[in-house]
Write a protein that binds this ligand. Structure first.
Ligand SMILES: [Mn+2]
Length: 425
């Protein structure tokens, strides 16, 4: 039962309309190609990971919120609620085994009622599950023991099967494989074992599927990671074939890595598959998108838009757009509303960059003007455009305000109780 409907949203919008109109008119007046940009923004959606709907924890502890989803169905309802409010979160990304569907038909029907699609499915060989025959303590696809590798491959193929039933079109593989100490691992053998496993998984993909190879610089292994950076991921993806791509998670780099340059070159090679958005100050902090380095996020989107345009890639559907965040202190749903807004805002700002002028300035080595062009776009307040899009699609002008006014968390607590824990990290 959804605790919100479009009529209620439109009543909540009513008192905000006149102020919104003024703000929108002002913002719109400064933009060339307004309607074309509005159309692109209308089509853009970001998938929500099922593991981000509960309160996350750190290795030191977890301070659960209340009213967390107790089942896959309730996780889907949370995403449906987000999508009702912001009209830009119409897809959910499932994690196996945390979200194994018991009955595909029921889950598909529930998704249709909530207007949700299933985005990439995610495998998990970074934890041992109850009853599992072999441990992943020393890795999964890289493991020295063939039986462990076999188990990890079979798991990934099972994840693909679940995804096929639900209409997913991609599998994201993130491996925690690596080594904790020097000398523990033969790097070359670890790579070759991993490649062999990925090949078997790749061969199990349906024709119209993509395999995303996600990399991460460190953690949980702190000496080496077997898919540690974009170069290694690109190496795997290239050896695997045309359905394999690199996935960029913003938190998976060494400090101050130039992610926008990575994005540009991966797009040039046709090997950028998708994104996990989050923000960080130190590492894989998994903070709200845009909360720490909004300018970096804009610069990344600027390269995304430039690179997608150069290759004729559809902005909304050409790549996989997902959030991968964890919420330790904020309400997960409010946090996700902030993240989606930050992504759309950076995307909007990158759409108003004058690419032609930038290219001329670059060719003239006019460094000052290049910076003026980029920062001019970044400092333009386009939030009224995003509100206008939500309004046109039947969403809330101010989603977080609507969430609070309608006491949606309290309503969820009434149904779900205050002491359950959502599965996840
Ligand atoms: Mn990720």
């Amino acid at each position: 039962m959804m605790p919100l409907d479009k009529n209620t949203i439109s009543q909540l919008n009513e008192p905000l309309l006149s102020s919104h109109r003024k703000r929108f008119e002002y913002a719109a007046g400064t933009i060339k190609n307004l309607e074309a940009i509005m159309q692109q923004l209308m089509e853009f959606e970001v998938a929500i990971p099922s593991w981000a709907l509960g309160t996350g924890g750190t290795r030191f502890g977890r301070f659960p919120g209340a009213g967390e989803p107790r089942s896959l169905e309730e996780k889907m309802e949370d995403v449906g609620l987000l999508n009702l409010l912001n009209q830009a979160s119409g897809a959910i990304s499932l994690h196996i085994p945390w979200d194994i569907p018991r009955d595909y038909q029921t889950i598909r029907q529930h998704a249709a009622e909530l207007n949700l699609k299933f985005d990439a499915v995610n495998s998990n060989t970074f934890q041992d599950q109850k009853g599992q025959a072999f441990s992943y303590k020393f890795g999964s696809l890289q493991h020295v023991d063939e039986k462990v590798r076999r188990q990890a491959i079979d798991h990934n193929i099972e994840v693909i099967r679940h995804g096929i039933e639900l209409g997913s079109k991609s599998l994201t593989v993130w491996l925690s494989d690596g080594s904790a100490f020097p000398g523990q691992l033969n790097f070359r053998k670890a790579f070759q074992n991993t490649l062999q496993g990925l090949k078997e998984i790749y061969n199990a993909l349906p024709e119209d599927w993509k395999l995303y190879v996600e990399y991460k610089a460190f953690e949980p292994n702190f000496y080496s990671m077997t898919v540690g950076d974009w170069g290694q991921s690109l190496l795997y993806a290239t050896k695997l074939g045309p359905k394999a791509f690199t996935l960029v998670d913003l938190g998976h780099h060494l400090l101050n890595a130039n992610i926008e340059q990575i994005v540009s070159l991966l797009l040039m090679e046709g090997k950028l598959g998708g994104f996990h958005f989050n923000d960080s100050k130190y590492g894989d902090d998994d903070l709200t998108v845009g909360s720490i380095r909004p300018y970096q996020l804009f610069l990344i989107f600027n390269e995304l838009v430039e690179g997608m345009n150069a290759r004729g890639i559809n902005h909304a559907h050409g790549l996989g757009w997902m959030i991968d965040a964890s919420h330790n202190v904020k309400d997960p749903l409010e946090d996700l509303l902030q993240s989606v807004e930050a992504i759309l805002l950076s995307y909007a700002q990158s759409l108003i960059v004058d690419g032609e002028a930038l290219s001329i300035a670059q060719n003239n080595n006019d460094v000052t003007h290049c910076q003026e062009i980029l920062q001019g776009a970044f400092r333009t307040d386009l939030r009224p455009l995003l509100s206008e899009i939500r309004l046109r699609k039947g969403g809330a002008l101010q989603p977080i305000q609507a969430f609070r006014q309608q006491k949606l968390r309290e309503k969820l607590i009434n149904v779900r109780g205050s002491s359950n824990l959502a599965s996840g990290l």
